[in-house]
Write a protein that binds this ligand. Structure first.
Ligand code: 5AD
Ligand code: SF4
Length: 463
Protein backbone atom coordinates (compact mmCIF):
# COMPACT_ATOMS: atom_id res chain seq x y z
CA UNK A 1 0.00 0.00 0.00
CA UNK A 2 1.28 3.42 -0.86
CA UNK A 3 1.88 5.73 2.11
CA UNK A 4 0.55 9.26 1.74
CA UNK A 5 3.31 11.86 1.80
CA UNK A 6 3.61 13.87 4.99
CA UNK A 7 2.38 17.43 4.79
CA UNK A 8 4.42 20.34 6.14
CA UNK A 9 3.45 23.91 6.89
CA UNK A 10 6.03 26.57 7.82
CA UNK A 11 4.97 29.91 9.26
CA UNK A 12 7.61 32.60 9.05
CA UNK A 13 8.17 35.66 11.22
CA UNK A 14 10.87 38.29 10.97
CA UNK A 15 13.53 39.27 8.48
CA UNK A 16 14.43 38.19 4.95
CA UNK A 17 16.93 35.73 6.33
CA UNK A 18 14.10 33.87 8.01
CA UNK A 19 12.19 33.84 4.73
CA UNK A 20 15.27 32.36 3.10
CA UNK A 21 15.72 29.80 5.90
CA UNK A 22 12.06 28.76 5.67
CA UNK A 23 12.35 28.25 1.92
CA UNK A 24 15.49 26.27 2.49
CA UNK A 25 13.75 24.04 5.03
CA UNK A 26 10.79 23.55 2.70
CA UNK A 27 13.20 22.66 -0.11
CA UNK A 28 15.01 20.09 2.01
CA UNK A 29 11.75 18.57 3.23
CA UNK A 30 10.34 18.44 -0.32
CA UNK A 31 13.49 16.68 -1.52
CA UNK A 32 12.78 14.12 1.18
CA UNK A 33 9.21 13.57 -0.07
CA UNK A 34 7.20 15.94 2.13
CA UNK A 35 4.61 18.13 0.44
CA UNK A 36 3.82 21.75 1.26
CA UNK A 37 0.44 22.22 2.97
CA UNK A 38 -0.99 25.76 2.83
CA UNK A 39 -3.48 25.13 5.66
CA UNK A 40 -1.71 24.89 9.00
CA UNK A 41 -4.55 22.79 10.51
CA UNK A 42 -4.16 20.10 7.86
CA UNK A 43 -0.40 19.68 8.18
CA UNK A 44 1.43 16.74 9.79
CA UNK A 45 4.38 18.96 10.61
CA UNK A 46 3.98 22.59 11.65
CA UNK A 47 7.15 24.64 12.00
CA UNK A 48 7.22 28.23 13.19
CA UNK A 49 10.34 30.08 12.14
CA UNK A 50 10.75 32.88 14.62
CA UNK A 51 12.22 36.30 15.33
CA UNK A 52 13.60 37.72 18.59
CA UNK A 53 14.52 41.23 17.53
CA UNK A 54 11.98 42.96 19.78
CA UNK A 55 9.84 41.74 22.69
CA UNK A 56 6.75 42.18 20.50
CA UNK A 57 8.15 39.78 17.88
CA UNK A 58 8.47 37.13 20.59
CA UNK A 59 5.04 37.79 22.07
CA UNK A 60 3.38 37.19 18.70
CA UNK A 61 4.97 33.75 18.47
CA UNK A 62 4.23 32.81 22.06
CA UNK A 63 0.56 33.68 21.61
CA UNK A 64 0.40 31.67 18.38
CA UNK A 65 1.93 28.74 20.25
CA UNK A 66 -0.81 29.08 22.85
CA UNK A 67 -3.47 28.98 20.13
CA UNK A 68 -1.95 25.85 18.66
CA UNK A 69 -2.59 23.88 21.83
CA UNK A 70 -6.12 23.20 20.57
CA UNK A 71 -4.70 21.74 17.36
CA UNK A 72 -2.34 19.45 19.26
CA UNK A 73 -5.16 18.31 21.55
CA UNK A 74 -7.26 17.37 18.51
CA UNK A 75 -4.42 15.88 16.49
CA UNK A 76 -1.66 14.84 18.92
CA UNK A 77 0.35 13.20 16.14
CA UNK A 78 1.05 16.63 14.58
CA UNK A 79 4.70 17.57 15.01
CA UNK A 80 4.95 21.13 16.29
CA UNK A 81 8.33 22.82 16.12
CA UNK A 82 9.94 26.21 16.72
CA UNK A 83 12.97 27.23 14.70
CA UNK A 84 14.92 30.45 14.30
CA UNK A 85 16.00 33.08 16.79
CA UNK A 86 13.53 32.30 19.60
CA UNK A 87 14.57 28.66 19.35
CA UNK A 88 18.17 29.72 19.77
CA UNK A 89 17.50 32.19 22.57
CA UNK A 90 15.14 30.11 24.67
CA UNK A 91 16.18 26.54 23.77
CA UNK A 92 15.19 24.02 26.39
CA UNK A 93 13.29 26.62 28.47
CA UNK A 94 10.74 26.84 25.68
CA UNK A 95 10.21 23.08 25.66
CA UNK A 96 9.60 23.20 29.41
CA UNK A 97 7.27 26.19 29.14
CA UNK A 98 5.20 24.79 26.29
CA UNK A 99 4.31 21.13 26.97
CA UNK A 100 2.64 20.65 23.56
CA UNK A 101 5.81 21.63 21.70
CA UNK A 102 7.86 18.76 20.18
CA UNK A 103 10.89 20.39 18.66
CA UNK A 104 13.02 23.48 19.23
CA UNK A 105 16.02 24.41 17.12
CA UNK A 106 18.10 27.45 16.22
CA UNK A 107 19.14 29.04 12.90
CA UNK A 108 22.31 26.95 12.66
CA UNK A 109 20.25 23.76 12.58
CA UNK A 110 18.12 24.72 9.60
CA UNK A 111 20.06 22.24 7.47
CA UNK A 112 19.23 19.45 9.89
CA UNK A 113 15.48 19.97 9.63
CA UNK A 114 14.86 16.58 7.97
CA UNK A 115 16.62 14.36 10.56
CA UNK A 116 15.19 16.45 13.41
CA UNK A 117 11.60 16.18 12.18
CA UNK A 118 12.01 12.49 11.34
CA UNK A 119 13.41 11.71 14.75
CA UNK A 120 10.44 13.32 16.45
CA UNK A 121 8.10 11.40 14.13
CA UNK A 122 9.83 8.05 14.61
CA UNK A 123 10.47 8.15 18.31
CA UNK A 124 7.93 10.65 19.56
CA UNK A 125 10.90 12.31 21.25
CA UNK A 126 10.87 15.97 22.28
CA UNK A 127 14.06 17.53 20.96
CA UNK A 128 16.14 20.67 21.37
CA UNK A 129 19.07 21.68 19.18
CA UNK A 130 20.33 25.19 19.77
CA UNK A 131 24.10 24.88 19.47
CA UNK A 132 26.06 27.06 17.09
CA UNK A 133 27.68 25.07 14.33
CA UNK A 134 31.39 25.01 15.12
CA UNK A 135 32.70 24.55 11.59
CA UNK A 136 33.75 27.98 10.57
CA UNK A 137 33.71 29.23 7.03
CA UNK A 138 31.95 26.70 4.90
CA UNK A 139 28.99 26.40 7.15
CA UNK A 140 26.48 28.53 5.26
CA UNK A 141 25.16 25.96 2.83
CA UNK A 142 24.25 26.32 -0.84
CA UNK A 143 20.68 27.23 -1.73
CA UNK A 144 18.19 24.44 -2.29
CA UNK A 145 17.07 25.04 -5.83
CA UNK A 146 14.05 23.13 -7.01
CA UNK A 147 12.79 23.00 -10.60
CA UNK A 148 11.53 26.52 -10.78
CA UNK A 149 12.90 29.63 -9.11
CA UNK A 150 11.05 32.87 -8.45
CA UNK A 151 11.82 36.03 -10.50
CA UNK A 152 13.41 37.56 -7.41
CA UNK A 153 15.23 35.33 -4.95
CA UNK A 154 17.04 35.91 -1.68
CA UNK A 155 20.43 34.30 -1.32
CA UNK A 156 22.20 34.13 2.04
CA UNK A 157 25.92 34.69 1.56
CA UNK A 158 26.96 35.05 5.19
CA UNK A 159 25.47 34.85 8.59
CA UNK A 160 26.01 36.19 12.04
CA UNK A 161 27.31 39.55 13.15
CA UNK A 162 30.47 40.69 14.95
CA UNK A 163 29.19 44.16 15.80
CA UNK A 164 27.38 43.81 19.11
CA UNK A 165 25.35 47.01 18.90
CA UNK A 166 24.27 47.30 22.52
CA UNK A 167 20.50 46.95 21.88
CA UNK A 168 20.73 44.02 19.48
CA UNK A 169 20.07 40.32 20.08
CA UNK A 170 21.32 39.20 16.64
CA UNK A 171 24.94 38.36 17.60
CA UNK A 172 23.59 36.16 20.41
CA UNK A 173 21.10 34.24 18.29
CA UNK A 174 22.94 34.14 14.96
CA UNK A 175 26.53 33.85 16.22
CA UNK A 176 29.73 35.31 14.73
CA UNK A 177 30.14 36.25 11.08
CA UNK A 178 30.70 33.40 8.64
CA UNK A 179 30.86 33.93 4.89
CA UNK A 180 30.53 31.57 1.96
CA UNK A 181 33.19 31.54 -0.76
CA UNK A 182 32.47 33.66 -3.86
CA UNK A 183 32.79 30.65 -6.20
CA UNK A 184 30.10 28.79 -4.28
CA UNK A 185 27.76 31.77 -4.17
CA UNK A 186 28.14 32.31 -7.91
CA UNK A 187 27.29 28.68 -8.54
CA UNK A 188 24.01 29.21 -6.69
CA UNK A 189 23.34 32.40 -8.63
CA UNK A 190 23.84 30.55 -11.91
CA UNK A 191 21.55 27.71 -10.81
CA UNK A 192 18.83 30.19 -9.88
CA UNK A 193 19.23 32.16 -13.11
CA UNK A 194 19.03 28.92 -15.12
CA UNK A 195 15.68 28.24 -13.45
CA UNK A 196 14.21 31.65 -14.17
CA UNK A 197 15.48 34.09 -11.55
CA UNK A 198 16.17 37.63 -12.79
CA UNK A 199 16.99 39.37 -9.54
CA UNK A 200 19.13 38.24 -6.64
CA UNK A 201 19.03 39.86 -3.23
CA UNK A 202 22.15 38.89 -1.32
CA UNK A 203 21.53 38.55 2.40
CA UNK A 204 23.75 39.02 5.40
CA UNK A 205 23.18 40.65 8.78
CA UNK A 206 26.27 42.80 8.29
CA UNK A 207 26.82 42.28 4.61
CA UNK A 208 29.48 44.91 3.94
CA UNK A 209 32.06 42.81 5.79
CA UNK A 210 31.29 39.72 3.69
CA UNK A 211 34.48 37.67 3.24
CA UNK A 212 36.11 39.08 6.39
CA UNK A 213 39.33 37.22 7.20
CA UNK A 214 39.74 36.03 3.60
CA UNK A 215 40.97 37.58 0.36
CA UNK A 216 37.39 38.01 -0.83
CA UNK A 217 34.96 40.86 -0.31
CA UNK A 218 31.47 42.05 -1.24
CA UNK A 219 32.61 44.39 -4.03
CA UNK A 220 34.30 41.45 -5.77
CA UNK A 221 31.20 39.29 -5.42
CA UNK A 222 28.98 42.01 -6.89
CA UNK A 223 31.36 42.52 -9.79
CA UNK A 224 31.50 38.80 -10.57
CA UNK A 225 27.75 38.32 -10.22
CA UNK A 226 27.30 41.29 -12.56
CA UNK A 227 28.98 39.29 -15.33
CA UNK A 228 26.44 36.46 -15.15
CA UNK A 229 24.34 36.41 -18.28
CA UNK A 230 20.60 36.35 -17.64
CA UNK A 231 20.89 37.97 -14.23
CA UNK A 232 19.32 41.41 -14.55
CA UNK A 233 19.21 42.87 -11.08
CA UNK A 234 21.38 42.71 -7.96
CA UNK A 235 20.61 44.05 -4.49
CA UNK A 236 22.01 43.41 -1.03
CA UNK A 237 20.94 43.88 2.61
CA UNK A 238 21.84 44.92 5.32
CA UNK A 239 24.59 47.51 5.27
CA UNK A 240 26.30 49.11 8.25
CA UNK A 241 27.32 52.77 7.82
CA UNK A 242 30.78 52.15 9.21
CA UNK A 243 31.55 49.22 6.94
CA UNK A 244 30.16 50.63 3.69
CA UNK A 245 33.41 51.50 1.90
CA UNK A 246 34.05 53.71 -1.12
CA UNK A 247 34.49 50.64 -3.36
CA UNK A 248 30.90 49.63 -2.63
CA UNK A 249 29.59 53.19 -2.88
CA UNK A 250 31.19 53.73 -6.28
CA UNK A 251 29.72 50.55 -7.69
CA UNK A 252 26.28 52.18 -7.58
CA UNK A 253 27.45 54.60 -10.24
CA UNK A 254 29.18 52.00 -12.38
CA UNK A 255 27.26 48.76 -12.45
CA UNK A 256 23.90 48.96 -14.23
CA UNK A 257 22.61 45.67 -12.78
CA UNK A 258 23.24 46.88 -9.23
CA UNK A 259 19.90 48.49 -8.41
CA UNK A 260 20.01 52.09 -7.17
CA UNK A 261 18.67 51.27 -3.71
CA UNK A 262 20.36 50.79 -0.39
CA UNK A 263 19.13 50.04 3.10
CA UNK A 264 21.41 51.94 5.46
CA UNK A 265 20.12 52.02 9.04
CA UNK A 266 21.24 55.06 11.05
CA UNK A 267 19.38 54.14 14.28
CA UNK A 268 19.85 57.55 15.96
CA UNK A 269 20.76 61.09 14.95
CA UNK A 270 22.44 61.82 18.27
CA UNK A 271 26.14 61.19 18.70
CA UNK A 272 25.80 60.46 22.41
CA UNK A 273 23.12 57.84 21.76
CA UNK A 274 25.06 56.37 18.82
CA UNK A 275 27.99 55.93 21.19
CA UNK A 276 25.75 54.26 23.76
CA UNK A 277 24.46 51.99 21.01
CA UNK A 278 28.07 51.22 20.08
CA UNK A 279 27.36 52.01 16.43
CA UNK A 280 30.96 53.15 15.75
CA UNK A 281 30.05 56.18 13.59
CA UNK A 282 28.77 59.69 14.19
CA UNK A 283 25.87 61.57 12.68
CA UNK A 284 28.42 63.47 10.57
CA UNK A 285 30.02 60.23 9.32
CA UNK A 286 26.57 58.98 8.32
CA UNK A 287 25.71 62.14 6.43
CA UNK A 288 29.03 61.96 4.58
CA UNK A 289 28.21 58.43 3.41
CA UNK A 290 24.82 59.63 2.19
CA UNK A 291 26.49 62.46 0.30
CA UNK A 292 29.00 60.07 -1.29
CA UNK A 293 26.22 57.67 -2.30
CA UNK A 294 24.19 60.44 -3.90
CA UNK A 295 27.26 61.74 -5.67
CA UNK A 296 28.02 58.28 -7.07
CA UNK A 297 24.39 57.64 -8.00
CA UNK A 298 22.06 60.66 -7.83
CA UNK A 299 18.87 58.57 -8.17
CA UNK A 300 19.74 56.16 -5.34
CA UNK A 301 16.78 55.35 -3.07
CA UNK A 302 17.91 55.17 0.53
CA UNK A 303 15.95 53.38 3.20
CA UNK A 304 16.73 53.17 6.88
CA UNK A 305 15.95 51.93 10.38
CA UNK A 306 15.71 54.15 13.45
CA UNK A 307 15.09 53.45 17.12
CA UNK A 308 13.36 55.93 19.40
CA UNK A 309 13.55 55.94 23.18
CA UNK A 310 16.89 54.22 23.63
CA UNK A 311 17.66 54.41 27.39
CA UNK A 312 18.68 57.90 28.42
CA UNK A 313 17.52 59.52 25.14
CA UNK A 314 16.56 63.13 25.93
CA UNK A 315 14.03 65.19 24.00
CA UNK A 316 16.86 67.09 22.28
CA UNK A 317 18.59 63.86 21.33
CA UNK A 318 15.38 62.48 19.87
CA UNK A 319 15.02 65.70 17.88
CA UNK A 320 18.40 65.01 16.32
CA UNK A 321 16.90 61.81 14.92
CA UNK A 322 14.00 63.87 13.63
CA UNK A 323 16.26 66.43 11.94
CA UNK A 324 18.38 63.72 10.37
CA UNK A 325 15.22 62.24 8.88
CA UNK A 326 14.17 65.66 7.62
CA UNK A 327 17.57 66.25 6.11
CA UNK A 328 18.14 62.93 4.34
CA UNK A 329 14.60 62.32 3.03
CA UNK A 330 14.55 58.54 2.92
CA UNK A 331 12.55 56.55 0.39
CA UNK A 332 11.41 54.19 3.09
CA UNK A 333 12.00 54.06 6.83
CA UNK A 334 11.34 51.46 9.50
CA UNK A 335 10.98 53.04 12.91
CA UNK A 336 10.91 51.21 16.20
CA UNK A 337 10.45 51.90 19.88
CA UNK A 338 13.43 50.60 21.81
CA UNK A 339 12.69 47.17 23.25
CA UNK A 340 14.97 45.83 25.98
CA UNK A 341 16.43 42.44 25.07
CA UNK A 342 17.67 40.31 27.97
CA UNK A 343 21.38 39.58 27.74
CA UNK A 344 22.26 42.54 25.52
CA UNK A 345 24.73 45.15 26.72
CA UNK A 346 22.13 47.93 26.74
CA UNK A 347 20.61 46.27 29.81
CA UNK A 348 23.23 48.16 31.87
CA UNK A 349 21.17 51.28 31.11
CA UNK A 350 17.98 49.66 32.40
CA UNK A 351 17.65 52.35 35.10
CA UNK A 352 17.39 55.00 32.39
CA UNK A 353 14.50 53.50 30.42
CA UNK A 354 12.39 56.04 28.55
CA UNK A 355 8.74 55.65 29.64
CA UNK A 356 6.51 53.83 27.13
CA UNK A 357 4.23 56.84 26.66
CA UNK A 358 7.18 59.05 25.69
CA UNK A 359 8.49 56.40 23.28
CA UNK A 360 5.08 56.26 21.66
CA UNK A 361 4.87 60.04 21.35
CA UNK A 362 8.34 60.19 19.79
CA UNK A 363 7.51 57.45 17.32
CA UNK A 364 4.33 59.29 16.34
CA UNK A 365 6.27 62.53 15.77
CA UNK A 366 8.77 60.70 13.62
CA UNK A 367 6.07 59.05 11.53
CA UNK A 368 4.49 62.44 10.98
CA UNK A 369 7.70 63.69 9.41
CA UNK A 370 8.55 60.59 7.44
CA UNK A 371 5.24 59.59 5.84
CA UNK A 372 4.66 62.85 4.00
CA UNK A 373 8.23 62.63 2.70
CA UNK A 374 7.67 59.11 1.41
CA UNK A 375 4.30 60.08 -0.07
CA UNK A 376 5.82 63.09 -1.80
CA UNK A 377 8.65 61.00 -3.21
CA UNK A 378 6.22 58.38 -4.51
CA UNK A 379 4.02 61.03 -6.11
CA UNK A 380 6.98 62.20 -8.17
CA UNK A 381 6.65 58.97 -10.12
CA UNK A 382 3.13 59.82 -11.30
CA UNK A 383 3.06 60.32 -15.06
CA UNK A 384 6.50 58.75 -15.45
CA UNK A 385 7.55 55.37 -16.78
CA UNK A 386 9.41 53.02 -14.48
CA UNK A 387 10.78 49.54 -15.27
CA UNK A 388 9.16 46.88 -13.08
CA UNK A 389 10.26 43.28 -12.59
CA UNK A 390 6.94 41.47 -12.34
CA UNK A 391 7.19 38.97 -9.51
CA UNK A 392 3.69 37.64 -9.04
CA UNK A 393 0.04 37.83 -9.75
CA UNK A 394 -2.05 38.78 -6.75
CA UNK A 395 -4.90 36.26 -7.13
CA UNK A 396 -7.30 38.17 -4.92
CA UNK A 397 -6.97 41.47 -6.74
CA UNK A 398 -6.19 40.04 -10.19
CA UNK A 399 -3.38 42.50 -10.61
CA UNK A 400 0.34 42.00 -10.96
CA UNK A 401 2.98 43.17 -8.54
CA UNK A 402 6.66 43.82 -8.87
CA UNK A 403 9.37 46.26 -7.95
CA UNK A 404 11.02 49.10 -9.76
CA UNK A 405 14.78 49.78 -9.51
CA UNK A 406 14.29 51.87 -6.35
CA UNK A 407 12.60 48.85 -4.77
CA UNK A 408 9.10 50.40 -4.69
CA UNK A 409 6.25 47.94 -4.84
CA UNK A 410 4.24 48.55 -8.01
CA UNK A 411 0.72 47.24 -8.76
CA UNK A 412 0.29 46.81 -12.50
CA UNK A 413 -3.33 46.46 -13.62
CA UNK A 414 -3.01 45.30 -17.18
CA UNK A 415 -0.01 42.99 -17.27
CA UNK A 416 -0.59 39.40 -18.39
CA UNK A 417 0.73 36.12 -17.02
CA UNK A 418 3.45 36.25 -19.69
CA UNK A 419 4.90 39.30 -17.91
CA UNK A 420 5.77 37.37 -14.75
CA UNK A 421 9.56 37.20 -14.57
CA UNK A 422 10.04 40.03 -17.06
CA UNK A 423 11.04 43.64 -16.62
CA UNK A 424 8.30 45.74 -18.21
CA UNK A 425 7.80 49.49 -18.60
CA UNK A 426 5.00 50.76 -16.40
CA UNK A 427 3.40 54.19 -16.50
CA UNK A 428 2.65 55.21 -12.95
CA UNK A 429 -0.82 56.66 -12.51
CA UNK A 430 -1.15 56.80 -8.74
CA UNK A 431 0.80 56.42 -5.53
CA UNK A 432 -0.22 55.77 -1.98
CA UNK A 433 1.73 54.86 1.15
CA UNK A 434 4.66 52.80 0.02
CA UNK A 435 3.05 51.57 -3.21
CA UNK A 436 2.79 52.76 -6.79
CA UNK A 437 0.04 51.83 -9.24
CA UNK A 438 0.21 51.89 -12.99
CA UNK A 439 -0.25 50.34 -16.40
CA UNK A 440 2.03 48.34 -18.66
CA UNK A 441 2.68 50.72 -21.53
CA UNK A 442 2.55 48.04 -24.25
CA UNK A 443 -0.85 46.57 -23.40
CA UNK A 444 -4.42 47.76 -23.41
CA UNK A 445 -5.62 49.43 -20.25
CA UNK A 446 -8.37 47.81 -18.27
CA UNK A 447 -10.30 49.12 -15.30
CA UNK A 448 -8.53 49.46 -12.02
CA UNK A 449 -9.67 46.77 -9.55
CA UNK A 450 -11.73 48.22 -6.74
CA UNK A 451 -10.28 46.07 -4.01
CA UNK A 452 -6.84 47.63 -3.70
CA UNK A 453 -6.52 49.12 -0.27
CA UNK A 454 -4.11 51.97 0.32
CA UNK A 455 -1.18 50.60 2.24
CA UNK A 456 0.85 52.73 4.60
CA UNK A 457 4.61 52.44 4.69
CA UNK A 458 4.27 51.12 8.25
CA UNK A 459 2.65 47.96 6.93
CA UNK A 460 5.86 47.12 5.20
CA UNK A 461 7.58 46.93 8.57
CA UNK A 462 9.44 43.77 9.39
CA UNK A 463 7.92 41.90 12.34
N1 5AD B 1 14.61 47.47 20.04
C1 5AD B 1 14.07 48.14 19.00
N2 5AD B 1 14.49 48.02 17.74
C2 5AD B 1 15.52 47.17 17.52
N3 5AD B 1 16.15 46.83 16.38
C3 5AD B 1 17.11 45.93 16.68
N4 5AD B 1 17.10 45.66 17.99
C4 5AD B 1 16.12 46.43 18.54
C5 5AD B 1 15.64 46.60 19.86
N5 5AD B 1 16.16 45.95 20.89
C6 5AD B 1 15.84 47.43 15.09
C7 5AD B 1 17.05 48.15 14.48
C8 5AD B 1 17.48 47.21 13.40
C9 5AD B 1 16.16 46.60 12.98
C10 5AD B 1 16.25 45.32 12.21
O1 5AD B 1 15.48 46.40 14.19
O2 5AD B 1 16.61 49.38 13.97
O3 5AD B 1 18.13 47.88 12.33
FE1 SF4 C 1 22.51 43.93 15.27
FE2 SF4 C 1 22.97 45.01 12.86
FE3 SF4 C 1 24.31 45.89 15.03
FE4 SF4 C 1 24.84 43.46 14.01
S1 SF4 C 1 25.18 45.48 13.01
S2 SF4 C 1 24.59 43.95 16.18
S3 SF4 C 1 22.79 42.80 13.34
S4 SF4 C 1 22.08 46.06 14.62
Amino acid sequence: MEVAPKKVHIKTFGCQMNVYDSNRMLGLLQERGFVVEPDLREADVVLINTCSIRAKSEQKVLSLLGELKGLKDKKPETVLGISGCIGQRMGRTLLHRVPHLDLVFGPDSVDRVVPLVEEVMARGARLVEAEFEKMSRAYVQPAVVLDKAKPSEYLTIMKGCDHFCTYCIVPYVRGREKSRAIAEVLEDVRKLVDRGTKEIVFLGQNINTYGKGTEENLAQLIERAHEIEGLERIRYVTSHPRDLGMDLIEQFGKLPKLMPALHLPFQSGSNRILKRMSRLYTREDYLLKVEALRKACPEIALSTDAIVGFPGETEEEFEETLTLMEQVKFSLAFMFKYSPRPGTRAMIYAGEEVPEKIKEARLARLLKVVYPQIDAENRQYIGKITPVLIEAMDKKDMNFTGRNPAGKLVHVFNAGAACVGKVIDVEVTDANGSNLKGYYVHAERNAEPKTIKPRRAAEALPA
